[in-house]
Design a protein around this ligand. Structure first.
Ligand SMILES: *Cc1c(COP(=O)(O)O)cnc(C)c1O
Length: 367
């Protein structure tokens, strides 16, 4: 019989990790819900996806293709890439975590940025390595702050570009300068979850840098513009040495058959992606203007969400705005855990949702 006072102890550091809190998705009874808290697309996935899933569902007794060949082919065709340099994941979350597991251990360090994706820090901490935070500059990734924190123990640097929850980006010149300043044994991970939405000539997701170096990885997702968040599909483009190492610990069937088929169909439907970009660009400009005119500061976004900053004290705080909007069915995201206690992140939604938030916030600000 086990002694009742003893229980399994997680390895050191695990209980220091803050559990992930997903975006809220509930509205008061009788109020229509507009979930604008998780950067999902209001346009849904490509209409071709449902047909692809129905076809793939014919043989659920068969294990998935562990190489996700159909999906890698669709991605490689779309971007002109070498299929051998693509690894698919159960969401890009899985890939970001696998990279940390492959290259970090106790005694090493990983760098994440002040307002970067929370999962980067978690992925580093879960390995027993030290997570080192690099401050940002006015909600933008700061290359010098990252380089200042590199030591001989650093093995990986995570950069979210464009950022979440900031929505801001840094030009590719800056990413090149960051890469040039890193020792060759440090992996630079470019988390480009929102790359499709960016309309800037000086932005690049990083494909070329991956292709011409041995220590840069770019990650992408099907959860955002492709509208497949529920199916969990992401991919990374990486040099052969990194693909080889990560493949050794990836679960052999990490993507299921329906997800592979759906994502391949989504990748092939570029007209649906174009439609989503158009909807987004138009509303990004309108929402930014509307909130700015109300006297609120909006971080300059190139993504499918905006970070709205509220006064620290008084009757117009983020907390009060959140209560006001939630009561009307508009669920935005509080971003205190990301270092913005006085801001809220709003995902760009349908016309109805966007107009509703503008009207409600207008009321809130002028009451
Ligand atoms: C949404 C998001 C992801 C995507 O995660 P998935 O696991 O692919 O759903 C990755 N990075 C950032 C910064 C994100 O916002």
């Amino acid at each position: 019989m086990a002694t009742p006072t003893r229980q399994p102890a997680p390895k050191p550091g695990i209980l220091d990790i803050a559990a992930y809190v997903p975006g809220k998705s509930n509205a008061p009874a009788g109020v229509k819900l507009h979930k604008l808290s998780s950067n999902e697309t209001s346009l849904g996935p490509s209409p071709h996806v449902h047909q692809a899933i129905a076809a793939a569902a014919q043989h659920l007794e068969i294990y998935p293709d562990g190489q996700a060949t159909a999906l890698k082919t669709a991605i490689a065709d779309r971007f002109g890439l070498n299929r051998a340099n693509i690894v698919c994941g159960n969401g890009s979350d899985e890939l970001l975590t696998l990279l940390a597991q492959t290259y970090l251990h106790e005694g090493t360090e990983g760098i994440f940025t002040e307002h970067g994706f929370l999962l980067h820090k978690t992925a580093i901490q879960a390995t027993g390595a030290k997570a080192v935070m690099a401050p940002e500059l006015d909600a933008h990734v700061d290359v010098d702050a990252i380089l200042d924190r590199v030591t001989e123990r650093t093995r990986i640097v995570y950069v979210t570009n464009p950022g979440n929850p900031t929505g801001t980006y840094i030009p590719f010149d800056a990413i090149r300068r960051l890469h040039a300043g890193l020792p060759g044994n440090v992996i630079l991970v470019l988390d480009a979850a929102y790359a499709e939405y960016v309309r800037r000539n000086d932005y690049e997701a990083g494909l070329e840098l991956v292709a011409t170096t041995s220590n840069v990885v770019m990650t992408r997702t099907f959860s955002k513009i492709h509208g497949l968040a529920s199916l969990r599909v992401g991919w990374m483009y990486a040099p052969a040495n990194i693909v080889d190492a990560v493949e050794r610990i990836r679960s052999p069937f990490n993507l299921n058959t329906l997800a592979i088929a759906a994502a391949a169909a989504a990748m092939a439907d570029s007209s649906h992606v174009e439609k989503s970009i158009e909807h987004n660009s138009a509303w990004l400009a309108r929402l930014t203007t509307a909130f700015t005119q109300m006297g609120l500061k909006v971080s300059p976004s190139v993504t499918n969400f905006v970070l709205i900053h509220f006064p620290e004290t008084g009757s117009k705080t983020a907390e009060k705005a959140d209560a006001y909007l939630s009561a009307r069915g508009f669920i935005l995201r509080r971003v205190t855990a990301y270092g913005f206690p006085n801001a809220m992140r709003m995902t760009i939604g349908s016309q109805e949702a966007n107009e509703g938030v503008i009207a409600a916030l207008q009321e809130f600000m002028s009451q």
